[in-house]
Design a protein around this ligand. Structure first.
Ligand SMILES: NC(=O)c1ccc[n+]([C@@H]2O[C@H](COP(=O)([O-])OP(=O)(O)OC[C@H]3O[C@@H](n4cnc5c(N)ncnc54)[C@H](OP(=O)(O)O)[C@@H]3O)[C@@H](O)[C@H]2O)c1
Length: 302
């Protein structure tokens, strides 16, 4: 039995956070409090307990976390570093379980861990791991590899909205993929299985898929459209990114190829086959037909 009742969520207005927030509330199992940055224009449904905080102030965070059992952070890349102060505040106020803003690649994989795009996430993990050794806080890292719905909407795993999808390294590399909704289910599953998920990464997926399979689904959904596929090599993409980093270009655009490396290169652990925690967390994989329905919703048919 979980003794998690009061859950605080950070970044609850975001792409992932809004879905996690909705599902936490809808589960009826938790009292949910949302923390937002002072001056943020984030909006929440009427009746939501919202606390404005200064994420650089330990005192501000401590008063916002008073009485909370668990914390889930879904902050964007800009907010990752500030999670260290959040961890300090969580320890000071007796928060039992801390779920940091991971929700992506398998950072237990030593190769993925070294990718420049994950510097802040790894630093936060290391801080949290050390604190879990020396204080009462515990943590869970949720690894879901590439988002499926978000990844199609934002043309990351494949651009099925235009006519020129980019296929990387031939398109036959299998990777794990997960919808935002399933990630939210996993968070709730963690709160229901505190001991089994204590101080480790949990692996979840809705499906394992390839870019070519997604392209076939897009073609099936829009049989009258023509497709002008662009083929690129992952090594070329990351070599370009390396060159940009050397010149001091730290834009998100520069970092994207490293995300592809983590998702698609088998040496970086983006295919979770045989190691998922789906069963523990109550997640049922999607059938091919269900994945097709998700993919179809992002394909323009005319
Ligand atoms: N696996 C994948 O394919 C994939 C794809 C995308 C994202 N992700 C991961 O999912 C997590 C959430 O990403 P997201 O795209 O959902 O985030 P997002 O929508 O861009 O932002 C989430 C929230 O973060 C807060 N925020 C924004 N900038 C901030 C800053 N500079 N400092 C502090 N807080 C800030 C905002 O909340 P307030 O305004 O309310 O304060 C915002 O609503 C991240 O860890 C990200 O890496 C994974």
């Amino acid at each position: 039995m979980s003794n998690i009742k009061n859950v605080v969520i950070i970044g609850a207005s975001g792409s992932l956070g809004s879905v996690v927030f909705e599902k936490l509330v809808a589960s009826g199992k938790f009292h949910v409090r949302a923390l937002k940055r002072v001056g943020s224009s984030s909006k929440f449904p009427a009746g939501t307990e919202v606390v404005e905080v200064d994420f650089d102030s330990l005192d501000s965070l401590k008063s916002a976390l008073a009485g909370q059992d668990a914390l889930v952070s879904t902050v964007s890349s800009g907010g990752l570093e500030s999670q260290k102060t959040l961890i300090d505040a969580a320890i000071a106020t007796g928060v039992k379980r801390f779920i940091p803003s991971e929700f992506g690649s398998n950072l237990d994989n030593p190769n993925a861990r070294k990718l420049p795009v994950y510097g802040h996430k790894v630093a936060v993990q290391e801080y949290l791991i050390e604190k879990a050794r020396t204080t009462g806080i515990t943590y869970t890292l949720v690894y879901n590899s590439a988002f499926l719905d978000w990844g199609l909407k934002h043309k990351f795993i494949l651009d099925v909205s235009g006519d020129k999808p980019t296929i990387i390294d031939g398109g036959n590399r299998p990777f794990s993929t997960t919808t935002l909704s399933t990630v939210a289910d996993a968070v709730i599953g963690v709160f229901g299985h505190l001991e089994e998920t204590k101080n480790r990464g949990v692996y979840i997926q809705d499906a394992v898929i390839t870019q070519n399979q997604l392209l076939e689904m897009a073609k099936k959904a829009a049989p009258n459209r023509s497709w002008d596929v662009m083929h690129v090599k992952l090594d070329d993409l990351t070599a370009e990114a390396d060159a940009k980093l050397t010149k001091g270009d730290y834009s998100m655009q520069t970092f994207v190829p490293y995300l592809y490396r983590a998702v698609l290169d088998p040496a970086y652990g983006g295919n979770f086959t045989g190691k998922t925690d789906n069963e523990l967390l109550g997640i049922k994989e999607m059938s091919e037909a269900e994945v097709f329905e998700v993919a179809k919703s992002f394909v323009y048919t005319t």
